[in-house]
Design a binder for this molecule. Sequence first.
Ligand code: NAP
Length: 264
Amino acid sequence: MHIDFTGRTALVTGSTLGIGLATAEAFARAGARTVLNGRDEARLKSAADGIRARVPGADVVTVAADVSTAEGARALLEAVPEIDVLVNNTGIFASTPVLEIQDEEWRRFFEVNVLSGVRLARQYMPGMMERGFGRIVFVSSETAIDTPLDMVHYGMTKTALLAVASGLAKAAAGTGVTVNSVLPGPTHTEGIEEYITALIPEAETFDAAQREFIARFRPTSLIQRLIRPSEVADLIVFTSSDRASATTGAALKVEGGTLTSLTP
Ligand SMILES: NC(=O)c1ccc[n+]([C@@H]2O[C@H](COP(=O)([O-])OP(=O)(O)OC[C@H]3O[C@@H](n4cnc5c(N)ncnc54)[C@H](OP(=O)(O)O)[C@@H]3O)[C@@H](O)[C@H]2O)c1
């Protein structure tokens, strides 16, 4: 299958690291003009330089903006007024017992993980519908379906994204714009490496910690390993392509089989 984004612009929020960076790189490889976003200029520059080095000829633009704020959303719109693909990837996680999560923290998780993407969809979707083509992908999580005991606030935001994507897909009916959510499982990013290392301090190597993590905390994983960021990126890029024109309002799993339900 040939996937070509030549002539298209893809914005990936939170793309200085992890899944966002891998997704931005995959769009650049597929020929898109790719907009990287994060809050820090130095991290953005290093991410963009990395993609340019790995993908000769990559057309990469960087915009520093905090997407959890209305000002950040406006700054993105000013810098890049028209896009064809919006990947709402930015997300934070933390491990806290549910009864200890304070109001401010519930609000912060909602604003960073949910409202950020809602605002960007609101500002970019009308233009996509007018032009008759657009793709919006929300990066949710397996925790949307299976709420983790130590991250209920995080799980809440990821479940909310399924409803947001479904509702926006209905709002875009018949316009050529699709809206979907993608549900990764534990993916090998810097953040998850820290999380697993803290959870299993007795492991001698990260590889041993990773195997122990899967055995103890994700025993239903069918791939029995962490997911590679590029594996998530590939599903996002396909979902954003011309070829996925009949996939909308969907919740697409890329969680290595950890969710045992037949439907997401
Ligand atoms: N890793 C996993 O196992 C996993 C599993 C399921 C779902 N997910 C979801 O996948 C997405 C990416 O996760 P990840 O683990 O790849 O993340 P990550 O490695 O922690 O990277 C987060 C990215 O978001 C940026 N960021 C954070 N807050 C921001 C803000 N307010 N405005 C703009 N950028 C912001 C960070 O850049 P700066 O710090 O430079 O601003 C960074 O580029 C998240 O939505 C996460 O919930 C991850």
